[in-house]
Design a protein around this ligand. Structure first.
Ligand SMILES: [Zn+2]
Ligand SMILES: [Zn+2]
Length: 131
């Protein structure tokens, strides 16, 4: 069963079943993902920065970062492509934390817990409540 809620992206009322945004925004996001994915796969875009990709695809930078955080886009092999570390904002190229933050966080909680917590903040919650 779904609950009626407002889409966080466009404010439209919709029935939440699996996703936290409405069908229109979901489809838009998939389209954006597809555009980014195709763009960075082209060899001539291999030296792109985050800004280049954003300009080239017309997808906002924070949306591209979201795809990276979700693990749907990988930019490890792209020498100029960096985005801010989730912990300290310094530029990184893989995962969501720089080495320094990984080390620091390891001391109080595990990275898995940290990432899980961040994902729960940022992503639709697929877990438990409805089961
Ligand atoms: Zn929406
Ligand atoms: Zn950091």
């Amino acid at each position: 069963m779904g609950n009626l809620m407002n889409c966080p992206q466009c404010g439209k009322l919709f029935v939440k079943v699996i996703r936290d945004n409405c069908d229109v925004c979901y489809l838009e996001e998939e389209r954006q993902y597809d555009t980014v994915y195709r763009f960075i796969r082209k060899s001539e875009n291999r030296n792109s920065t985050l800004l280049d990709v954003s300009v080239g695809t017309k997808v906002p930078e924070n949306k591209i970062i979201q795809f990276i955080h979700q693990g749907r886009i990988r930019v490890k092999g792209y020498p100029n492509f960096t985005y801010p570390c989730d912990g300290c904002q310094s530029p990184i190229n893989d995962g969501r934390l720089c080495e320094e933050c990984k080390t620091r966080i390891k001391s109080d909680l595990s990275i898995e817990d940290f990432i899980k917590r961040k994902q729960e903040e940022a992503l639709p919650s697929y877990h438990t409540d409805d089961n």
